[in-house]
Design a protein around this ligand. Structure first.
Ligand code: NAP
Length: 285
């Protein structure tokens, strides 16, 4: 039986601590941090993520403004909105909910956000600074994963870590953070040959693919630490499930994260943390 890391509980305690911290801000700085979330279109998953971010902001005491725009908005109009938010002194964090409609260049929009207000940690300069080991805003999901590993007392240094997935928002940055924590890291992807033989070498297995229950028990070394980033709908039941076959893998893993209630809530808690960090850095200037 594995130790189950509850992202729900850990994020709740992080949010409670942040709420205490934020309470002192009006007296000290005259206001609380302000996060602006831009939602383009009405994709149900995006709407639910944005709602979750607004709810967490309320719990922490962060001011949250969600700006909804039609899926027909032009790239130019969206860039003009970002410019406005960049120039607004009362805005500390700007998050553009992804994905954007196909006629808008996501990278262009992300690069238009002032680095100091990039609470997602996706701006090219934040990405560059992560790879240069310079102080930067860390992307929320990888940051949350490392926090979970630390909280569970998982030793990372010297261990063999395998990350499945090489996206800019999860796979690559989490691999870099594990490397910085002195793991020996392998990044696997859709072109990896004999994936089970690679994943079975992992002391720490991070799975960020987006395929329901893709990682089966034969792909996991007994005693491994398994972090499931995936958020999928079970094709049969329609319920949320991860990329790992949890029921089969949990009995042989040493530590595992559930879906839902694992990495997802940690991502949001780290977004709150990033918003506070951006606010404090701007206050210090
Ligand atoms: P993504 O951009 O679609 O990347 C998926 C990665 O998985 C790609 O690198 C792809 O390889 C790899 N892959 C696909 N099929 C594979 C296979 N058969 N074998 C090995 N690798 C395979 O996805 P993402 O944005 O990283 O997200 C991954 C999952 O995490 C999704 O379910 C997403 O919803 C979830 N997610 C959760 C959170 C959270 O807070 N919980 C945050 C972000 C994402 P190639 O590069 O070769 O195509």
């Amino acid at each position: 039986m594995a130790t189950v890391i509850s992202g729900k509980e850990l994020s709740a305690s992080m949010k409670a601590e942040m709420a205490e911290q934020v309470k002192a801000f009006p007296a000290k700085y005259g206001r609380v941090p302000h996060l602006v979330v831009v939602l383009v279109g009405d994709d149900p998953a995006s709407v639910s993520y944005v709602t979750g971010k607004a709810k967490a902001s309320a719990e922490v005491g962060i001011r949250n403004t969600t700006l909804r725009r039609s899926a027909e908005i032009s790239e130019e109009e969206l860039l003009a909105l970002i410019d406005e938010l960049n120039a607004d002194d009362e805005v500390d964090g700007i998050l553009v909910q992804l994905p954007l409609p196909r006629h808008i260049d996501e990278q262009k929009v992300i690069a238009a956000i002032r680095r100091e207000k990039d609470v997602d940690g996706f701006h090219p300069l934040n990405v560059a600074r992560l790879w240069l080991k310079e102080p930067c805003t860390l992307p929320c999901t990888p940051k949350g994963i490392l926090r979970m590993l630390q909280r569970a007392g998982v030793e990372i240094a010297g261990k063999r870590a395998v990350v499945i997935g090489r996206s800019n928002i999860v796979g690559l940055p989490v691999a870099k953070l594990l490397l910085d924590a002195n793991a020996t890291v392998t990044i696997a992807h859709s072109r990896t040959q004999n994936l089970p033989s690679v994943t079975r070498e992992a002391d720490i297995l991070v799975v960020a693919i987006g395929k329901p229950r893709f990682v089966t028990v034969d792909m996991v070394r007994p005693g491994a630490v398994v972090i499931d980033v995936g958020v999928n709908r079970d094709p049969q039941t329609g319920k949320l499930c991860g990329d790992v076959d949890y029921a089969a893998v949990e009995p042989i893993a040493s530590v595992i994260t559930p879906v839902p209630g694992g990495v997802g809530p940690m991502t949001i808690a780290c977004l709150m943390e990033n918003t506070i960090e951006c606010f404090l850095k701007r206050q210090a200037k």
